[in-house]
Design a protein around this ligand. Structure first.
Ligand code: GLV
Ligand code: MN
Ligand code: MN
Ligand code: MN
Length: 399
């Protein structure tokens, strides 16, 4: 094992038990809950240990500075700590751990950047607690209003402000204006790098995507005594809609997933009164995405008529197509001799790309699996990621 891979492993092992569910082997690191607060504290300690002052932005995002936080034209790197339910270890934390190690690499090599470098930890990237992905970067950039943020509640009815301990402060053009570029390193969430036999890639684009909540209302009633002809069963409309989403996505070469469902009252011997399903839909082009969601909506509404149920559709979040700065991606791909790939996954980099030159690096994932305990990366590839990130930071912060 190289020295860098060993240093990666040592730091990585500090995080390994935090929020890990022994049964699934996955992580439950929801934003601003105990495990994520532990990780945020760890972030502060790592920064302090490196003599990097930490600032917050009033929205729950943290920044550790190598250099003057006020100087402007800083290079930002980092990612998020929070996970999806039973998520993998790498999605998020890899970008933060790699950022600290990249700073260590540059310092050990005697590199003295002419710009400040900031390591960022963004809050609620997955949207697993409050429903809106990239909540921290959306607030910071103004992509989500404070009014909308004030409506967000977790499953226990706790508001984002309550979880944060204060009302979020929202868009901060002054802070954003102090960054000249953002680079997010992330574990790959597919197998392109395995197929291309490369440890690291540069991102070209993020597919447009969003979350749509389908509420199917029917009539709760007795499972044993209600004649089949008399039922208004929203589970039927829901089940039909899931199949329709799958079919419409396949027809279009798009992606549709219903990974979350809520059934009320959720009793084996009761016809549900209400079923709520969340559709996650993604496609390479916005027209395809909207065509898909419209088609699913039309089919679900037709089916609801047949079932005697009612349907309401709510768009919970939408992320437009992100084309990362092409000049920057090409420059980094040449610097690293790395392939360039699009992705269907959302990232804070996708939100910030609307405001500053932004790039992403992906680190090979041998399983290709993500948002699951099976997500993985070798220590050697993680070390290659740190080396690549250090080269990128040097390129952007020294020239
Ligand atoms: C976030 O990881 C997403 O793309 O869902
Ligand atoms: Mn994720
Ligand atoms: Mn992520
Ligand atoms: Mn993500």
């Amino acid at each position: 094992m190289t020295d860098l891979a060993a240093r990666f492993r040592k730091l990585w092992d500090e995080l390994a038990p935090v929020g890990r569910d022994e049964r699934s082997g996955g992580y439950l690191r929801y934003a601003l809950t105990e495990p994520e607060l532990w990780l945020r504290n760890w972030f502060r300690e790592q920064a302090e240990h490196r003599g990097m002052p930490v600032t917050g932005d009033g929205n729950g995002n943290l920044f550790a500075w190598w250099g003057d936080p006020q100087a402007g034209a800083a290079v930002l790197t980092g990612s998020h700590f929070d996970s999806v339910p039973h998520g993998g270890a790498y999605d998020g934390p890899l970008g933060i751990v790699s950022a600290f190690l990249a700073v260590d690499e540059l310092r050990a090599a005697g590199v003295a950047p002419s710009r400040s470098v900031a390591v960022g930890a963004f809050v609620e990237e997955e949207g697993a607690r409050f429903g809106v992905p990239c909540l921290g970067s959306r607030l910071l950039s103004g992509a989500l209003s404070l009014e909308r943020a004030a409506e967000l509640r977790d499953a226990d009815g706790v508001s984002f402000a309550e979880a944060l301990g204060d009302r979020p402060t929202g868009a901060d053009a002054g802070l954003l204006g102090r960054f000249a570029a953002f680079v997010e390193l992330h574990v790959e969430q597919g197998r392109a790098l395995v197929e291309q036999d490369a440890p690291v890639a540069v991102a070209s684009a993020i597919w447009p995507h969003g979350r749509w909540r389908f509420d199917f209302h029917g009539e709760g009633n007795h499972a044993g005594t209600t004649r089949m002809a008399d039922r208004r069963d929203p589970m039927l409309t829901y089940a039909f809609t899931v199949l329709a989403a799958n079919k419409e996505a396949r027809l279009r070469g798009a992606h549709a997933t219903v990974g979350r469902v809520r059934v009320e009252p959720n009793a084996t011997n009761a016809i549900p009164s209400r079923v709520t399903g969340w559709l996650d839909a993604r496609a390479a082009e916005p027209e395809t995405l909207h065509g898909l969601v419209d088609a699913v909506h039309v089919k679900a509404a037709e089916r609801a008529k047949r079932d005697g149920t009612e349907l309401t559709l709510t768009e919970e979040s939408a992320t437009p197509l992100v084309a990362f700065d092409g000049g920057l991606a090409d420059r980094l791909a040449r610097l690293l001799d790395a392939p360039v790939l699009p992705t269907g996954a959302g990232h804070d980099a996708g939100v910030l790309a609307a405001h500053l030159p932004t790039a992403m690096l992906f680190v090979r994932n041998p399983t290709g699996v993500s948002h699951s305990p099976a997500e993985s990366a070798t220590d050697a590839d993680c070390a290659a990621g740190v080396t690549a990130l250090a080269r990128v930071l040097e390129e952007l912060a020294c020239r």
